[in-house]
Design a protein around this ligand. Sequence first.
Ligand SMILES: *Cc1c(COP(=O)(O)O)cnc(C)c1O
Length: 226
Amino acid sequence: MNNENAAARGRLDAVHAAIDKAAALAGRRGDDVTVIAVSKTHPASAIAPLIAAGQQVFGENRVQEAQQKWPALLAEHRGCALHLVGQLQSNKAEAAVALFDAIHSLDRPSLVTAIARAVQAAGRQPQLFVQVNIGAEPQKGGVAIDALPGLLALIAAADLRADGLMAVPPLGVEPAPYFALLAKLARRHGLAGLSIGMSADYATAVTLGATHVRVGSALFGERQQG
Ligand SMILES: *Cc1c(COP(=O)(O)O)cnc(C)c1O
């Protein structure tokens, strides 16, 4: 094993150990949590060592960047899955449905329409997470909490299946209350998936029910941008 592969394995093992510990505290199994390795801004050469270490689920936040990086990687590593964790423009819905196994940023009626059309054409539906603007921040994506029931009804009416909820809590404040609120909303609507937790707070998210954690820098090191 070369040095880069060993380093990637070490970071992956550390993340899994922290998840196992947090899951045990909550009476859950670490294996029930999907780790999405968020590879945005990182080149294929940085992704390969994590794949060699056994990581199979990756996340990107831009359709265009994913289109440049991933088709070759997916062709070579057939077990890998790709999740879109960033904002999606309606005019990229078709490309997103074609490339991603899950979309974590469904947050408005126009996007429901665009994704429904793309799903019809493709004959397959990626997993869909509805992003909620859990801290009511004007600059952030996500449906407002009081508009969530209406958006879920639209999704069902469009013959799409919502698999869960996703949120990014406000920066610089304790995330646990926001995670707990999102978990409550997911339960209320009978949604099993809960996409919460990033490098700084994924262990907390696991204790509060995360089924998917989106971990970038803890697995890849710090990003230059993005
Ligand atoms: C970049 C990003 C992450 C990963 O962030 P880290 O702090 O590097 O773990 C998770 N979720 C979303 C939506 C992101 O854009």
